[in-house]
Design a protein around this ligand. Structure first.
Ligand code: GLU
Length: 452
């Protein structure tokens, strides 16, 4: 049986780091097992689902390199859900309920005030045909609940270990709304069964759903025959540094804003999210293949992982310091640095936390800089010693050796005035690398205190 997993986002908002971590873990699991990865859009909530969010999900996954082998959209499958609903009704597992939301709230409040769990009392199961006819003649339309078996539900979770629920401790879930639309609890099971999903890997906010959904799987199998209940893995959800959950609407932690506003590289995000909350150390990785090789769902811990944007930015810097020019050329071109080459990239990357910062160093090497030209006599002496071009990575050493011999200066007294005059700044990439990029014409003028 070949492994098949799915990432099933609802296109009702932007993907944030917590969602995309689940996409990544599913993808790594599939790749590691030589299985396949399905992208499924859970878009049956038609009021809240938007095409632009669906496009955003595809853009974010593509940017991260999380390609999908199969694609499905729940809104394409209403016919199939209707068919399953009809079969469940015929078998007596789906029963019509007529309570209004207000009536249900009252029931719940009354149970809670008696210190009892707010479990649906199955009053609808006791209605006679005449009761139902009367309710319908009053204009009520039923919603439909799934009748749970009051037996234990058990599974061995790949992250949580053995999990046990009592069916009697769960409320019969509503699977079909009053307007006839099926709800996620049902549609997800039908899809997972039809698309032969072998492993459902998702957030621990779904643990109670799983208990219910296992019973729906079993009911489906009883009616239609078919495959096994999938294996489940529920990962603890990421929180922010203070332990608060990351809300889907938290714009600043959306993948889109990390990419477009924060300048985060896809492999920085992937390197962090693949290891956060696992027993592996977080290290920069330049390819998803390395993360696949290191992946093992058994390394995922039950402790709540914290997402720290600062840690992501530090990792981004470490990734940039390793990335070869070919991997950033397009990004540099998009910043307007079409002429940047490998020499420029290698000179400046040790000083970058974000690729966009390369623009500052491009300006230093290729645009007029107003130098901080104090110490003019020393700078004039140094300028007179500038060797002829061509310049290469040895020019700086040769030149400053000559300046040192001539002026007797060394250390900071020698280097800082040169750096200030040549770059207009006190800090930056190694001058050995920058000097050939600045070139003799500019260097001479800058040492003479001119803006060049
Ligand atoms: N659409 C659901 C969600 O985003 C999917 C959960 C699942 O993986 O079954 O929470």
């Amino acid at each position: 049986m070949s492994v098949a997993v799915r990432f099933a986002p609802s296109p009702t908002g932007l993907l944030h780091v917590g969602n995309v971590r689940l996409a990544l873990v599913n993808w790594l699991f599939a790749r590691k097992a030589g299985g396949n990865f399905l992208l499924r859009l859970d878009d049956t909530d038609e009021e809240r689902s938007k095409p632009e969010y669906a496009e955003g999900i595809e853009r974010d996954l593509t940017w991260l390199g999380l390609t999908w082998d199969r694609f499905a959209r729940e809104s394409d499958r209403y016919g199939r859900y209707d068919e399953v609903a009809a079969a469940l009704k015929a078998s007596g597992r789906l029963y019509p309920c007529y309570e209004t939301p207000e009536e249900l709230n009252l029931k719940r409040a009354s149970l809670v005030s008696q210190g009892r769990p707010p479990i649906y009392d199955r009053a609808a199961l006791r209605l006679s045909d005449a009761d139902r006819a009367r309710l319908e003649s009053e204009g009520r339309t039923p919603h439909w609940r799934f009748k749970l078996e009051h037996t234990p539900v058990e599974w061995t979770d790949l992250v949580r270990g053995p999990v046990h629920f009592e069916g009697s401790a769960l409320s019969d879930p509503v699977l079909i709304r009053e307007d006839g639309r099926p709800l996620y609890t049902l549609t997800s099971v039908v899809d997972d069964a039809d698309l032969a999903i072998t492993h459902v890997i998702r957030g621990e906010d779904h643990v109670a759903n799983t208990a219910v959904q296992i019973q729906i799987f079993e009911a489906l199998t009883n009616i239609e025959g078919g495959g096994a209940v999938p294996v489940f893995a529920h990962l603890p959800l990421l929180t922010d540094a203070t332990g608060q959950g990351l809300s889907k609407r938290l714009g600043s932690l959306s993948v889109a804003s990390l990419r477009e506003e924060e300048g985060i590289e896809p492999m920085a995000l992937a390197s962090l999210l693949a290891k956060l909350g696992t027993s592996d150390a977080i290290e920069p990785r330049l390819t998803l293949d390395e993360l696949v090789a290191e992946f093992d769902i058994a390394k995922v811990s039950r402790a709540t992982p914290k997402f720290d944007p600062e840690e992501l930015l530090r990792l981004n810097a470490r990734i940039l310091h390793l990335l070869p020019f070919e991997r950033v050329a397009a990004e540099l071109a998009a910043l307007g640095l079409e002429e940047a080459d490998a020499a420029f990239w290698e000179a400046v990357r040790p000083n970058l936390s974000r690729v966009a910062e390369a623009r500052d160093w491009w300006a230093v090497t290729h645009a007029p800089v107003a130098p901080a030209a104090d110490d003019p006599a020393f700078l004039a002496e140094a300028a007179a010693l500038l060797p002829d071009e061509p310049w290469d990575l040895s020019t700086w050493g040769t030149w400053t050796g000559a300046v040192k011999a001539k002026t007797g200066r060394k250390g900071k007294d020698l280097f800082l005035p040169l750096r200030r005059a040549l770059t207009g700044r006190d800090h930056g990439p190694e001058l050995k690398n920058l000097l050939p990029l600045i070139g003799r014409t500019r260097a001479e003028k800058r040492l003479a205190g001119e803006t060049a």
